[in-house]
Design a protein around this ligand. Structure first.
Ligand code: NAD
Length: 642
């Protein structure tokens, strides 16, 4: 049984996107009517939004917060607060602005509403570190803790990527040290592990798209959880080292956390192997300290104290300071050990972890994804990053061998080599894998009031011959005569004039003209235009089922999985009308073969229609011996505004 003590901190948290709208209500809830706003010059728009929301409640503003909360700055802000007779503080910004708010609250006991814009976590702790005469002194008091925190995810979207990474690792450090704290308890353990997983998930996504709102929300949520851990349990070696380096050597806060964390973890790891395993699991890596180092490196974050500007000669002094006052830490500390740790951190050495393929692969994936970070087009960045992640996962989960990958490359090479103006093997590949139909489903079939679309297929040829109404597009090829009477209407049922309708189909044996080199010119394909009645009428022949070309790599693939290559019989249509969205679709012959197993997955129930058998007189008086078929159909096409 585990014995523990848990003290919760009484902050109120409002979390979401656009939550800035609630700031005035939250300030009123704390009894404020005259508010001092601590704003941030780096966040002009966000500060303006807070200003607008506060309205006439805002009586004074101060925008000079500085890192490590120098007391001179606090005194200036206190003057502004006193002269304005403010009865509450609202602060928007990173840990520095929050620190100033806390310093003012400590001196005045006024209530605070804080809107954090980084992941430092200070907003939920009752701790304040102030710098006086170059020395940073930390104290804790209930009056320091902000009463209300408004997390508005929108305000973090502008945080530059390097700062996002270092601030995110700052939050990670709170969660990591909470897990091996001497005050650790089941509640903070869960919060810490949740925070670690969210950070590990969000940071790589943000390097691909820094404005990804879900990843931003994940990271801000993690910052709150990690800050809560920091507020609830004592921290160890890592925070002590960062405090020393920041306070005595003026190193930047979040960057220092980012460099030191893997080394502090590696030092403590032998004393808390179980905790390190849980951290590694939450991060999704085999080894926690080297996993954190790899994560930072793959995100382009800082890995050496040298790069942060720390002179090498100061390492010994920093090591002495780090052990000058005792504090709880899972592993005993000596100045020699600290000097060694700081030397590793100064050089940016990777902590030794067990060599592992997974770690190497994760690093490789993130390096490739990071290589897209500067792509100016966000959509390109997202698609390429996601494609690479899926491909790497595919290769890893299937343990793809060298020979298999070479085979795949050879397969794609042959697919490309077979493509020509009349043979599109890549379209066939996309069709037979169902990708064309998937893209079609997602992009074209979202309007329930229009005729469903279907894939274009590989046999469309630009600029088919113009045909007159009532003409025969079969070029005299044998087959059951087909009379098509087709109407094009809008979603309102009104006929669409001047629609350009391209039609194409296979012959009785299932071949398209482009597959028949002996044919003279285009056959069984035509372009007709609608008049005011929205109709086109033409003669053709009944299409039949046919195999897609199966003498290439795609046919090979179908054979290897014992799939037939047949398409259900159908007629293709492409309809372009002024003011309307293009419709590409197919009409399938009801009762035809392969409707259930069309090899390109193109059949949709609504597109299976009667090609009704007829005998006797035809609509235009043409003489037909025996049976003929009749297709009557109305296409509903969407206006462009939809
Ligand atoms: P910071 O507040 O100094 O911000 C760094 C820079 O980023 C600033 O120029 C800031 O204006 C800018 N910035 C902040 N949010 C931005 C955004 N969304 N978009 C664009 N620019 C933005 O840095 P920090 O790391 O958040 O805070 C560090 C300070 O917080 C240190 O003084 C540290 O000691 C303190 N801190 C205290 C605690 C605690 O519990 N007492 C905890 C963590 C940090």
């Amino acid at each position: 049984m585990r014995t523990f003590v848990y003290t919760s901190r009484p902050s109120r948290v409002v979390f979401g996107a656009g939550t800035v709208r609630r700031v005035r209500d939250e300030a009123e809830r704390l009894g404020c009517s005259r508010v001092l706003l601590l704003s941030s010059p780096a966040l002009p728009e966000a500060s303006a939004r807070v200003r607008r929301t506060l309205g006439d409640m805002l009586v004074a503003e101060f925008d000079g917060a500085a890192m490590h909360t120098p007391v001179e700055v606090t005194e200036q802000a206190l003057d502004v607060l006193t002269q304005a007779s403010a009865d509450g503080i609202v602060a928007i910004g990173g840990g520095s602005t929050t620190g100033l708010s806390k310093a003012l609250a400590l001196r005045t006991d006024l209530p605070q509403v804080v809107l954090p814009t980084t992941y430092a976590g200070s907003e939920v702790t009752p701790v304040l570190g102030e710098t006086r005469d170059g020395r940073k002194v930390t104290q804790s008091s209930p009056s320091i803790l902000p009463e209300t925190v408004v997390y508005d995810v929108d305000f973090t979207l502008t945080l530059p990527l390097p700062m996002t990474v270092t601030s995110g690792v700052n939050a990670l450090a709170h969660a990591v040290e909470a897990l091996y704290s001497s005050d650790a308890n089941p509640v903070t353990d869960q919060q810490a592990l949740d925070a670690i997983s969210r950070i590990a998930r969000a940071l790589p996504r943000l390097t691909a798209d820094p404005a990804d709102p879900e990843a931003r929300a994940d990271l801000l949520h993690a910052a709150w959880l990690a800050g809560t851990c920091l507020a609830t349990v004592g921290m160890g070696l890592h925070h002590k080292l960062c405090h020393t380096l920041g306070g005595s050597f003026d190193l930047p806060h979040a960057e220092t956390h980012t460099v030191v964390l893997p080394h502090a973890m590696a030092y403590n790891a032998p004393a808390v192997p179980g905790v390190m395993r849980r951290i590694a699991d939450a991060l999704g890596v085999p080894d926690a300290p080297s996993g954190v180092y790899d994560l930072v490196a793959s995100l382009g974050g800082p890995t050496s104290l040298r790069d942060l500007g720390l002179p090498e000669w100061s390492l010994a002094h920093a090591a002495e300071l780090a052990v000058s006052t005792p504090y709880p830490n899972p592993r005993k500390l000596t100045a020699e050990d600290m000097a060694e740790l700081l030397t590793d951190a100064w050089h940016g050495r990777r902590p030794e972890g067990p060599p592992s393929t997974e770690a190497g692969l994760a690093r490789l994936t993130e390096q490739v994804v990071a290589s897209f970070a500067r792509a100016p087009e966000p959509r390109v960045r997202t698609l390429l990053s996601d494609l690479v992640r899926h491909l790497h996962t595919f290769v890893a989960t299937n343990d793809v061998t060298d020979a298999e990958w070479q085979y795949a490359i050879d397969f794609l090479t042959r697919t490309g080599q077979l493509c020509s103006p009349t043979r599109q093997e890549f379209v066939l590949l996309s069709d037979t894998l169902g990708v064309s139909s998937a893209v079609d489903l997602l992009t074209n079939s979202r309007t329930p009031t229009t005729t469903p679309s279907a894939v274009l297929g590989p046999f469309y040829v630009e600029g088919p011959p113009e045909a007159a109404h009532g003409s025969d597009i079969s070029g005299g090829l044998p087959g059951i005569p087909l009379w098509a009477d087709v109407r094009i209407t809008g979603t309102d049922g009104e006929p669409v004039k001047d629609a350009v309708v391209d039609v194409w189909q296979s012959n009785k044996e299932g071949f398209y003209d482009v597959q028949l080199p002996d044919l003279d010119g285009p056959v069984l394909r035509a372009r007709l235009r609608t008049h005011a009645d929205g109709r086109i009428r033409f003669w053709s022949i009944l299409p039949s089922e046919y195999p897609i070309p199966d003498d290439g790599p795609v046919g090979h693939m179908l054979g290897a999985v014992e799939r037939h290559p047949y398409r259900a019989p159908h007629l293709h249509f492409m309809i372009d009308a002024p003011g309307h969205r293009r419709l590409v679709t197919q009409l399938f012959v009801s009762g035809g073969a392969y409707l259930d197993s069309d090899t390109v997955f193109g059949v949709k129930d609504e597109l299976v229609v009667d090609f009704a058998p007829q005998t006797g007189p035809t609509p235009d008086g043409r003489q037909v011996e025996g049976q003929w078929r009749r297709l009557d159909y109305t296409f509903r096409i969407a206006p462009l505004a939809d």
